[in-house]
Design a protein around this ligand. Structure first.
Ligand SMILES: [Zn+2]
Ligand SMILES: [Zn+2]
Length: 244
């Protein structure tokens, strides 16, 4: 870890509302202990078949976040969501009713997401899952990420290329065009050093995410920062890192 760099915000943390192990308050307390200035709670969108937040609980999360804001004024506390990218038209699991609860929306591809077109969607999951078939889905996956950014106001594209191969250059160009931050995820291997090198000349900005599922892991950016440095990413392009 480079001692001259400080990560000041973690926008990607999970709680017991989806598949995390801690409460919102535990994540907030951990973020304060780690010296973060901003903590975002970003559980899985409701169309994740395994552990999406139950649709009617987003309102409760908002209420809890607002209580935490009063209790811990020393840190900025935000409610986000990690939506699922559902198909190659770029649909994600958000709607106008719940949108108002969130301070920001992130989106990523997950195996457990509920397809909008059952047959094609399940074939996409299936092929992405089995290595020999993975390459068949590259164009579909790329369209899915690109269209998700074009058709929605997405703050961060989470772990691009994780679980499904993509043309990372096309994805990065769309991120640049739509001003979407690309995540360097500490919990997953993407963006990888190789991907970061491929998109080096595209003028995108990055965010490091812990993708923490345990309160102790909130603010743990070790892997992500090491990959960014190894790939030679311009540190000034990583919006939640500060030189100290
Ligand atoms: Zn994810
Ligand atoms: Zn996540």
């Amino acid at each position: 870890m480079n001692n001259n760099l400080k990560v000041v915000a973690d926008y990607h943390t999970h709680t017991i509302y989806s598949d995390g192990k801690g409460t919102i308050e535990q994540n907030v307390k951990s973020a304060i202990d780690k010296g973060l200035e901003i903590i975002g709670i970003s559980d899985h969108g409701y169309k994740h078949m395994g552990f999406g937040v139950k649709y009617n609980l987003f309102e409760k999360m908002r209420y809890e976040i607002d209580l935490m804001k009063e209790k811990y004024p020393q840190i900025k506390i935000l409610l986000g969501v990690e939506c699922n990218i559902l198909d190659d038209r770029g649909n994600i699991d958000i709607d106008d009713k719940i949108l108002g609860y969130f301070d920001y929306v992130m989106a990523g591809y997950h195996f457990g997401s509920m397809p909008t077109r059952w047959t094609r969607g399940m074939r996409n999951h299936f092929n992405n899952y089995f290595k020999p078939l993975k390459s068949l889905e590259k164009a579909y996956n790329t369209r899915a990420l690109v269209n998700a950014m074009r058709n929605n106001d997405i703050f961060v594209l989470t772990h691009p290329g994780d679980k499904g191969d993509v043309d990372i250059i096309e994805v990065a160009k769309a991120a640049q065009e739509t001003k979407t931050y690309m995540e360097i995820n500490s919990h997953h291997k993407n963006l990888s050093i190789e991907q970061l090198r491929l998109i080096k000349n595209i003028d995108v900005e990055y965010i490091l995410g812990s993708d923490s599922h345990l309160p102790n892991h909130v603010g743990d950016f070790t892997n992500a920062l090491e990959r960014a440095i190894s790939a030679g990413v311009d540190i000034d392009k990583i919006v939640n890192v500060r030189r100290v």
